[in-house]
Design a protein around this ligand. Structure first.
Ligand SMILES: *Cc1c(COP(=O)(O)O)cnc(C)c1O
Length: 344
């Protein structure tokens, strides 16, 4: 019997995956140089260069908010602006950190279906004003996977890139759930990043099962000049960096990161199928990664909460269920059995 709880509230309610935990224990032997000058960090950075098939610059920070805010700050002057979807994490969930670290770069909000920026609206934001009273658009930030659990197909990224590249606008990717996107697309990480115009990727470690680490990957190395200083000033230079990089080293070996992401995606599919079969329940977005957004009946929603299930409520009455490396089929079945029972 699975006890209802917060297993579907967020991918962050899961703990640290056993491999990452073991990697930290291994890094805990002996003494090593601090601030990233250690063999674990060198190896993890090389593995990321191999994974992306290019000579990129890699930095490790503690949170996704720091990764996004510092990456965007390195692409913008204070009088520039960043275009992002109106539901983007950088706009809705970072407490103004991108604006703060860039000393005031404004976020301009693009519309678009299913959490994805619409290229026509992006171009409108770029071209509607050229005068110096308007913050000059300098970056397009896209989330992959999106805040609604949807995914930009490679062709959609290419369309966005084609739409902005003539305007000196950089492409930033918030990849807090990049692993889920790669697992779902079965595309090469290089194809859906730098080969599609992405110059900086914030690659999430925490949501895929690591502890307190995100990688900032610069494919355009001219943009990472002084990034180490930016990290240090923001309190994001990890003195015992080996405990972050050892986790990356371990999960990047033998595709473990993708195995965990695939598992989370598959359980989201299973949950979606089960919810769809319940009378009155409606999926709100196509399930392409590890999130399921559903409109439950008021009865089912209330009784699930009363039974102890925790999940976030989204605008329009939707409920969000997240799956992670730790979610099991039994968790999914227990939630579905309750939801089905409460619907009759
Ligand atoms: C979770 C998340 C982040 C990072 O959030 P932190 O809580 O700062 O680690 C960034 N972007 C998206 C889309 C996220 O879901």
């Amino acid at each position: 019997m699975i006890a209802p709880g917060c297993q579907f509230a967020s991918d962050n309610t899961a703990g640290i995956c056993p491999e990452a935990w073991e990697a930290m224990a291994e890094a805990n032997q002996g003494f090593h140089s601090s601030y990233g000058d250690d063999p674990f960090t060198r190896k993890a950075c090389d593995q990321l260069r191999d994974l992306f098939e290019t000579d990129c610059d890699v930095y490790f920070v503690f949170t996704g908010t720091a990764a996004n805010a510092l990456a965007l700050a390195s692409l913008c002057q204070s009088y520039h602006s960043v275009i992002a979807h109106q539901a983007a994490h950088v706009e809705t969930d970072e407490c103004g950190a991108p604006e703060f670290f860039s000393n005031g770069s404004k976020i301009l909000l693009a519309s678009g279906e299913a959490g994805k920026c619409d290229v026509v609206d992006v171009q409108r934001l770029i071209t509607q004003r050229k005068d110096l009273h308007y913050p000059k658009p300098k970056v397009l930030s896209v989330s992959q996977s999106t805040e609604f659990g949807t995914i930009y197909q490679p062709s959609e990224l290419q369309t966005l890139w084609d739409g902005v590249k003539g305007h000196c606008v950089h492409l930033h990717m918030d990849g807090a759930r990049f692993a889920n996107a790669v697992a779902s697309l079965d595309a090469s990480p290089a194809d859906i990043t730098w080969r599609s115009g992405v110059e900086v990727l914030c690659f999430g470690g925490t949501k895929m099962g690591m502890a307190m680490t995100e990688a900032v990957v610069f494919f355009n190395k001219s943009l990472s000049e002084d990034f180490s200083w930016r990290c240090k000033q923001a309190g994001q230079l990890n003195s015992k960096m080996r405990f972050a990089s050892a986790q990356w080293h371990r999960l990047l070996e033998n595709g473990l990161w993708l195995k965990h992401a695939r598992h989370a995606n598959e359980l989201a599919q299973s949950l979606a199928r089960g919810l769809q079969a319940i009378a009155g329940v409606q999926l709100l977005h196509e399930v392409q990664a590890n999130a399921v957004f559903a409109k439950l009946t008021p009865e089912v929603e209330t009784r699930l909460r009363e039974a102890g299930w925790k999940f976030y409520q989204f605008i329009g009455g939707g409920a969000r269920f997240m799956c992670s490396w730790k979610t099991t089929q039994a968790d999914v079945d227990a939630l579905l059995a309750d939801a089905a029972g409460f619907s009759v």
